[in-house]
Structure formats: C-alpha cells, structure tokens
Design a protein around this ligand. Structure first.
Ligand code: PBG
Length: 323
C-alpha cells in the first residue's frame, strides 16, 4: 500500500511571513518612562541596563524621539521630590506627572500619554495607598485619593489613565469622578489582573517605590489563581474599564488567553521590569541573543491574544522592525 506522508511546509522568508498566524500590533506598543522631579538630565537604573530615570526636560525629549520612531504611547511613572504618608504630592497640578503630561502633549500632540495611577511612588512608606492604624492599606480612604489624582491627570491632558493599585471599587469611583469633572471620553486602562510578583523587583529601584515594610501580597493576586483573574477582569469591565492589563506577562500568558476568550475588552500585557532585567543580564553574558529573544517574547504576547504590549523593549523592538 502506498503511504502518503503528510508534508511539512518548507518556508522561504516570504512564505513564512505569508502564512504567519499572529504578529505584533506595532501600533499597540507602549514604552514606560520614569520621570524624576529632582533629577537633572538622566540617571541609569542599575538593574535595568538601557533604562534611565529622566528629568522633565529629558522625558519630553525622549517622548519626541519615540514619537518620531513611531511609538504611539508612553506610560508615565513619577518620582516626586516630596513623599509623605498621604501621597499629597500626587494630585498637585504642578506635580511632576502633571507637568510631564502637559510638556509631552505640547511637544508631540499625537503621542498618547498614559499615566500609571498608583500612590506607591508618593507615599513615604511605599505602599499603594493610605494606611490605617494597623498598617494595612485603607481601601476607601485610598479610593478618594485615586479619584483626586486621576482628575488632576485628566486636567493636565492625559489620554488614558491606568490605575495599578488594586483597591476594590476603584474603577467605578475613578470613572464617576472623571465623568463628574467632564472627562467622559477619557479612557481607563485597568491593571485588572496584577499578580504579587518577584518580577517587579527592578521596577522598585527605577521608581523608588519599594515598600519600607511588608509586601503587597494582601492586595495583589496569587500566582496560583486563574479563575480569580477572570473575576477581576469581569468586575473591572462592569465598573467601566475600557482596556484590561495582565501583569506580569511571560509567566502569565495562560491568564492572558483565558481573559481574551471571555472578555470583549482589548487586553494589554505588561512585560515587566524583571522580565527585562533577565533578558538584559543573560544577553550581556553572551548566553542568549537579545533581539531574537525579544522578538519571540513579543510574538508570544500577540499569540496569547494581547493587542497592546507595555514593555521596556517597546522602542528598541519597533526600531528593529523598521530596519
Ligand atoms: C505600581 C506599579 C508597579 C509596576 C507598575 N505599576 C509596581 C508594583 O505593582 O509593585 C511594576 C512594573 C514593572 O515591574 O515593570 N505603581
């Protein structure tokens, strides 16, 4: 009997591109920026080679460079001069983020300015909100603060607000506050699914936001849970989120896929600081090829179903695609 052996497609470069099922949405790449109120120029982040903390002026220049490159969005993190127990500098109309939003929008109006909304960079204890007398984050007191800071970012001209604090009910409260202030069409990109993760290690250097005691495990998700992620995503969608973020990315792609399958909202992955640092460290040793690794990682995010990628590699990846 004649046995017809199934043939595997032999690909030329052109054919490989032609039959490819998933590719990275280049318009959905978002580059995070760390903007310091006290810095002059730039300061390297030791655990994130290639990433700098930026002064206000340097951040505006960097946004202009990214815009020219074709990056459509920057995600801003602020390093304020003043920290206290109540994060009082966060909602200051002359605060570092508010000035950065205005400066970037003025210099490159087409750049989408997304602002991370969390208070861990603004509190002297480094937790994501206001503490109660037991040292736990007070959910409802923090909600008020979130709403106030969100409105101040909106007034400064932010395009998208990305709450990353994980307080219960925050999306509804922030949406209401924005609507009441007249910002009915401003988008909310919720860090709906944020795991308590060691992958955020280098970020806490970069953003100077390490908690001075304890950790964030009581209010961030446990790595063992995926049904809980679906619940978080559903609740945030019901409360008015426009876009959902899953964070970290690499170790949680099953979660991305699970959410993409049940939610109608666009999903973003956050390829976080520890994921960046691992690639940089190994490639500096010559143990892996950074470019190929990043291409493969980004492809896996697209394959999992993410239409947006927040990554410290966003700009270098895009630059490479255009070569
Ligand atoms: C909270 C926030 C964090 C990150 C983004 N927003 C830190 C945390 O949740 O503890 C981490 C991002 C990264 O590691 O790159 N403001």
């Amino acid at each position: 009997m004649h046995f017809e052996r199934p043939r595997r497609l032999r690909r030329s470069n052109a054919l490989r591109e032609m039959v490819r099922e998933h590719r990275v949405n280049l318009a959905g790449l978002i580059q995070p920026l760390f903007i310091s109120e006290t810095l002059v120029g730039r300061a390297a982040v030791a655990s994130m080679p290639g990433i700098d903390q930026l002064s206000l002026e340097a951040a505006i220049d960097e946004a202009a460079r990214l815009s020219k490159l074709g990056i459509h969005g920057v995600l801003l993190f602020g390093l304020p001069a003043h920290k206290d127990a109540f994060a009082s500098s966060a909602a200051d109309p002359e605060g570092i983020i508010q000035r950065a939003i205005r400066g970037i929008k003025q210099r490159c109006p087409e750049m989408l300015v997304l602002t991370d909304l969390c208070h861990c960079e603004y509190t002297d204890h480094g937790h994501c909100g206001i503490l109660d007398e037991r040292g736990d984050v007070d959910n409802d007191a923090t909600l008020e603060l979130l709403a106030r800071t969100a409105v101040s970012y909106a007034r400064a001209g932010a395009d998208v607000i990305a709450p990353s604090d994980m307080m219960d009910g925050r999306i509804a409260v922030i949406r209401q506050a924005l609507d009441a202030a007249g910002f009915v069409s401003l988008a909310l990109m919720s860090y709906a699914v944020k795991y308590a993760s060691a992958f955020y290690g280098p970020f806490r250097d970069a953003a100077q936001s390490a908690p001075s005691f304890g950790d964030r495990r009581s209010y961030q998700m446990d790595a063992g849970n995926v049904r809980e992620a679906l619940r978080e995503a559903r609740i945030d969608a019901e409360e008015g989120a426009d876009i959902l973020i899953v964070k970290p990315a690499l170790a949680y792609l099953d979660v991305v896929r699970a959410i993409v399958e049940v939610s109608e909202l666009p999903v973003a992955v956050y390829n976080v600081s520890g994921e960046y640092a691992m690639v940089k460290a190994a490639s500096a040793q010559g143990w892996i090829d950074e470019e190929r690794i990043v291409d493969e990682m980004f492809t896996s995010f697209a394959r999992a179903g993410a239409s947006m990628i927040i990554s410290y590699f966003a700009a270098s990846y895009l630059e490479r695609q255009q070569r």
